[in-house]
Design a protein around this ligand. Structure first.
Ligand SMILES: *Cc1c(COP(=O)(O)O)cnc(C)c1O
Length: 344
């Protein structure tokens, strides 16, 4: 790995971050007259903890990662954008990503005017190692991997991910938004040995809290300090901090729901696979399946007319005539299967 100083944009390395009242005084006191807050209306009259320590300590326990190695964002969208702003000089640096994958990496690259090279997955939707390394040049700062990958649904091979993390001089992001649904272990346990790795997870999928907007980035403390320098000071509001802190106590409930979804997944795949309009049901390590049909636009439209919305991925690279179907409740899945049988 290059040194962090070599990888980080000069202006960010030199940045003196905004120092808020809560940064300057951290202890316990009885009278707070330092932040121009309104004295009435506790607790929401006060600015929240900018580092969200109470919530991070709880996350640290269930993830086995120290709180100092966790950054919380407004969904995963925030760390995705921050990674680009920290490491990539607009118009100069570039990034490499698998294709197809989650669309936000490319959109954030465009917003930041940072070149984004897409490298097609192989015929098993796995990483083409040689092609990835061929796309890397001296100005490549970040490689984006997503495992299990969206929209293909499969986990990328561990060995290939490892070869990229070991062989690349810059930052490797592994987006694990769907890790709770996967048979593969998380890369979090490898974090201590991999200073160039950033792992993204989220409360949006397995935890069922998409509306709450809370994403997690795990990395070395040095990288986390860079996130802290650049993020908005109060990026996670107190309502969200408190709510997620409560919900995180209910791990068993989360696990039961994940199990319910995982129990439904093979049934949905089997039933859909029987239909003559279905050409292929791809393997899934996530809470959705990619399905290749004879005519994705037609099937999509017929389902819309029946009030059932799936994701049409027909226009996505390597996903011609594919629909991405989220696993719902048993009743929702039954509705989908019935409609597909009727319209077959
Ligand atoms: C859904 C999803 C996310 C979650 O994004 P949030 O902003 O945390 O809701 C992240 N990465 C991938 C690949 C996803 O599919």
């Amino acid at each position: 790995m290059k040194t962090l100083k070599d990888l980080v944009r000069n202006n960010i390395w030199a940045l003196k971050p905004y120092s808020c009242a809560r940064d300057e005084f951290k202890g316990e006191a009885s009278v707070y007259l330092d932040a121009n807050e309104n004295p009435f209306g506790a607790p929401y009259n006060r600015y929240p903890d900018p580092r969200q320590w109470a919530l991070k300590e709880k996350i640290a326990k269930i993830k086995g990662v120290p709180a100092s190695q966790i950054m919380l964002g407004n969904g995963s969208d925030e760390p995705i954008d921050l990674i680009i702003r920290i490491f990539c000089e607009p118009g100069v640096d570039n990034m490499v990503a698998i294709e197809p994958t989650y669309g936000m990496y490319g959109v954030s690259a465009d917003i930041n005017n940072v070149e984004y090279h897409r490298v097609n997955l192989d015929s098993n939707f796995d990483i083409d190692i040689d092609a990835i390394f061929k796309a890397v040049d001296d100005n490549t700062k970040v490689i984006w991997l997503c495992s299990p990958n969206n929209p293909t649904g499969n986990a990328l091979s561990r060995d290939r991910i490892r070869r990229i993390i070991d062989g690349f001089e810059g930052i490797v992001v592994v987006d694990e938004a769907y890790i709770d649904f996967s048979s593969q272990p998380s890369w979090l346990e490898e974090l201590p040995a991999m200073p160039n790795l950033i792992v993204l997870q989220t409360f949006s999928k397995a935890w069922g809290l998409a509306s709450v907007r809370c994403g997690m980035a795990f990395a070395s403390t040095d990288i986390i300090e860079l996130f802290n320098k650049v993020k908005y000071p109060y990026n996670i509001n107190l309502l969200t901090q408190n709510f997620v802190s409560e919900r995180i106590n209910l791990v068993d409930e989360k696990n039961r729901r994940v199990t319910a979804i995982l129990d439904e997944r093979p049934r949905v795949m089997r039933e859909i696979g029987k239909l003559p309009i279905v050409e292929k049901v791809y393997p899934s390590d996530a809470n959705f399946v990619l399905v290749k049909v004879r005519d994705a636009n037609a099937t999509y439209q017929r389902l819309v007319e029946r009030g059932i919305i799936v994701r049409n991925r027909h226009s996505v690279t390597l996903c011609g005539n594919c629909l991405r179907i989220t696993i719902g409740t048993k009743e929702e899945n039954d509705r989908l299967i019935e409609e597909l049988i009727i319209n077959n």
